[in-house]
Design a protein around this ligand. Structure first.
Ligand SMILES: [Zn+2]
Length: 358
């Protein structure tokens, strides 16, 4: 009998032994996904219609063309034009809540969402109102969808040290810092934006109890990953794709359990890797590195986390147990507390055992 269920809806009861359906229902954690970059065409078109002076198309079909990138610089340009649509606290709340709805449909149980508050505060959104908007959406999403959100505040590297100072202030000032904030990041282009200059800001964030998760080695060589480890004291690496060029680095990542936040489709869309078959994920696994699977800016790259798991299954030749292990890698590498990790890993095991017993 053909199964006509929407694959994004978690299966209930007996389901065919099909990997796509297994993935759709697998409880998952996502560690590398951007706030504005998670805006679906529906949300973007709604925001674009509310701000008609923007150059972003309002027609969802035209948005698909708009989201086709020629290179990394073009991606950043398009991304920033969507950032420009987030102008009021209501925009922020709507975006955040709707992202959580999309996550719940994919059975994402926990997500560390990378938020760039500097992009909003410098556009005139009141900083307190911004924090209230994301926190309000986080609590409503957890109550309504059961998806737990936590925040990573990241420095947009292209905006330089002014952005670093502002992001650090927002992340470490007691009366501003949101309850859900767990980590501190660095995004944007890597070429011409050396990681070590951000060391003083990461030092302050770490001193305030935040965990270090910079992007590194996405569009530059392994030296950037080393800089992230030694200068920014990274506990996980965003992408880290070029680590594969340096066996000593791979050994270091494996030994210290520094996870890589791998985002396969993103790497193709931004031309960081030429084809999926050339993606170094296999080398990471072979070297014993803790690999996590993530979607980065999913609607912009025409993907979602379930699709990234399917891509990983193909590239790594995984069965259900292998996919469950990948999902548990993300739990291990997350900043959930020990009880939260045990609970989510248990959910994954229970789901997988029930699936395999059918
Ligand atoms: Zn990213």
């Amino acid at each position: 009998m053909t199964d006509h269920r929407d694959p994004s809806v978690p299966p209930t009861g007996p389901v065919p032994r099909d990997l796509h359906n297994f993935i759709a229902g697998l409880p998952k954690a996502e560690l590398h996904v951007h706030h504005v970059g998670s805006a679906s065409p529906r949300i973007v078109s709604e925001l674009a219609a509310r701000h008609p002076d923007s150059k972003v198309p309002t027609d969802p079909e035209a948005l698909v063309d708009y989201f086709t990138f020629t290179d990394f610089a073009h991606f950043i340009e398009v991304y920033l034009s969507v950032v420009d649509l987030i102008r009021t606290p209501e925009d922020v709340r709507l975006l955040t809540y709707e992202i959580a709805r999309d996550m719940a449909r994919q059975r994402i149980r926990y997500a560390e969402l990378t938020v760039t508050p500097f992009s909003s505060t410098r556009r005139g959104i009141d900083e307190g109102a911004f924090m209230d908007a994301i926190e309000d959406a986080r609590k409503a999403a957890e109550a309504d969808f059961g998806t737990v959100l936590r925040w990573c505040f990241d420095i947009p590297g292209e905006a330089g040290l002014e952005a670093a100072e502002e992001t650090t202030r927002l992340a470490t000032t007691d009366k501003l810092r949101p309850e859900g904030l767990v980590s501190f990041g660095l995004g944007g282009p890597e070429v011409g934006v050396a990681r070590p200059q951000f060391k003083p800001y990461f030092d302050r964030a770490i001193a305030a109890g935040l965990r270090s998760v910079p992007h590194a080695g996405e569009t530059t060589g392994p030296g950037t990953v080393w800089d992230a480890l030694t200068e920014l004291r990274a506990e996980r690496i965003g992408h880290g794709t070029s680590s594969a060029q340096d066996p000593k680095l791979l050994a270091h990542l494996a030994e210290h359990r520094v996870a890589l936040e791998v985002c396969p489709t993103s790497n193709i869309a931004t031309r960081a890797v030429r084809t999926l078959d050339e993606h170094p994920i296999k080398e990471f696994v072979r070297a014993g590195v803790l690999v996590t699977i993530n979607s980065d800016d999913p609607p912009m790259f025409g993907t979602d986390l379930n699709n990234e798991y399917a891509v990983a299954a193909r590239l790594l030749d995984l069965d259900e147990q292998g996919l469950a292990t990948l999902a548990k890698n993300a739990v291990e590498a997350s900043f959930l507390d020990p009880a939260g990790k045990t609970e989510l890993a248990g959910e994954i095991d229970t789901y997988t055992a029930a699936w395999l017993a059918n």
